[in-house]
Design a protein around this ligand. Structure first.
Ligand code: NAD
Length: 269
């Protein structure tokens, strides 16, 4: 019997089978979880529906996370179908393409509001609506990236959005801990997904991460899927308000020997 047998949850942010939300969903499903899926817009509905059906989902529901009535509706429907929820996965982010390149100083007020509204505030509204339905406790998991702590070229506004997401996660962990609900972030190394393609120079980010990494490779969807399953499941029962880094060790390295070799050889040319 899988570790998630009898556990029910909702996942926000599946786009296709190359995305992080799908990788986590698959691991949870393989361990026996019953999963509801949300999608934003008609294009996503067409992509998400067959993936959710593969996992025998009882609820595939529209939700633009910037619309609070839609977030509320998701949890009302979850309560009707499942009675309770044990886990929620927030794998949603968005910023205008022009705010993911060039100088951060040029970020517009509208671009800031959009990026932080979709990518950070949504965790607060999701937790608020989820709390009454997570009536036996459980786990909320949000996806983040190292650009929240360090400057990563071109990540710009999304770095600020992830910093707000991580700080919100800690305050939400305090609020929801009273209800036996844990709230954590998983900080993934760069992976070439639909959203990642919007970040200028993403292929270079991937190469730089592999050069820096002690494991000498990029983070895989499977790495993130397995760690996401751990955080969403009772296996992580004593962990809340934390960030788990699933980045092949990149965060622990300032300069790797491989990076130094690349600089040396470029100076010799
Ligand atoms: P993705 O494109 O597969 O997922 C992003 C999802 O956000 C999509 O399903 C999209 O429909 C959804 N979304 C955007 N705006 C929305 C809105 N208004 N309402 C509801 N949903 C909306 O890309 P991904 O890289 O798998 O991203 C999943 C999460 O992982 C994001 O939070 C992202 O920042 C984070 N993350 C990604 C990487 C990476 O390198 N790919 C690294 C660390 C963290």
């Amino acid at each position: 019997m899988g570790i998630m047998q009898g556990k029910k949850g909702v996942i926000f942010g599946v786009s296709n089978n190359h995305g992080i939300a799908y990788a986590i969903a698959k691991q949870l499903f393989d361990e026996g979880a019953d999963i509801a899926f949300t999608y934003a817009g008609e294009v996503m509905e067409k992509r998400v529906t067959p993936l959710a059906q593969e996992m025998n989902s009882k609820l595939i529901i529209s939700c633009d996370v910037t619309k609070e009535d839609e977030v509320k509706h998701v949890f009302e429907e979850c309560e009707k179908i499942y009675g309770k929820l044990d886990f929620v996965v927030h794998a949603v982010a968005f910023a205008n393409k022009e705010d993911l390149q060039g100088e951060f100083i040029n970020t517009s007020k509208a671009g800031w509001d959009l990026a932080l509204g979709v990518s950070s505030y949504s965790l607060i509204s999701i937790c608020r609506e989820a709390r009454p339905v997570m009536n036996e406790g459980g786990s909320v998991l949000a996806l983040t990236y190292l650009g929240s702590e360090f400057c990563v070229a071109n990540y710009n506004i999304m770095g600020v959005a992830k910093a707000a997401l991580e700080a919100s996660m800690r305050y939400l962990a305090m609020d929801m801990g009273k209800n036996g609900i844990r709230v954590n972030c998983l900080s993934a190394g760069p992976i070439k997904t639909l959203a990642a393609r919007g970040i200028s120079g993403f292929d270079h980010m991937l190469k730089a991460a592999a050069l820096k990494s002690p494991l000498k490779r990029n983070t895989s969807l499977e790495d993130v899927g397995k760690a996401g399953m751990y955080l969403a499941s009772p296996l992580s029962s004593g962990t809340t308000g934390e960030i788990l880094y699933v980045d092949c060790g990149c965060r622990t390295v300032y300069a790797s020997i491989d990076e130094i070799e690349v600089i040396k050889s470029s100076l010799q040319q």
